[in-house]
Design a protein around this ligand. Sequence first.
Ligand SMILES: [Zn+2]
Length: 274
Amino acid sequence: MRAFEDADVHATSPFRGKYRHGRTAAGANLRIRAVNQAISCDPRSMPVLCYHSVDSAWASPLAIDSDEFARQCAWLTRHRQVIPAESLVPVLAEGHRPPPRTVAMTFDDGFEGLYHHAFSPLVRNRLPAMVFLVARTLDGGPNHADWLRPQPAVAPSTLTREQVLEMQAAGITFGSHSYAHHDLTQLTEAECVRDLRESREVLEDLLRQPVGLVAYPYGLHAPHVRRAAERAGYDYALSLPEEHEPRDRFAVPRVGKEPRARRSRGSPSRMASS
Ligand SMILES: [Zn+2]
């Protein structure tokens, strides 16, 4: 019976064929497991899903079509137990196994497309979700994603403070995606601490509550980055590994969509960033 159920779920998954193995962002050569495989083939898998924007008008590997996203929300509601990232991450970090079919939804970068195209289906389906914000965009810096390479002709806008607060009031939760979206592995530990601490403080001032989770820009980390995340006051940090890596409180893996970077196989590039 279990086999039949799993096969049936797989056959009806809206994720089927949408995600493939590949290389992603910003020098990382991240080889992401297919989301479909992660959530459909192994009913005991419990990934933390990493989305970016939901925006039919933005032709980018970082954006998912709004109708497709609505279908995925409906599918997750029906076939998975979607719980808050704040609940799932500690379980994974401690090496425990959550209940079968448990999933958490996260969104990196805080694109404004989330407000217009993800907010409603998330609330309608009562799906908990966490958005990782680049604090500088809410602290007087550019209110758009100026870290994307190549920079689009029109850089996608990021959430305003008012939109963040409206989403928070409706139950969406927020974490840090650093202050300035630097590749933290290229900074010193002291610089990482400064960036991550400033991000946490800006976001806590806005949200009026503790910010305990950080998602590393580009998913990239190193020992000094993990130490910095802890020193900056976070409880847990999320990555985007290309393959299996040791898991601990400051390297909790997620699975994400392949941005289909514009580069040849095996050629590290920063052409597509997340
Ligand atoms: Zn990012």
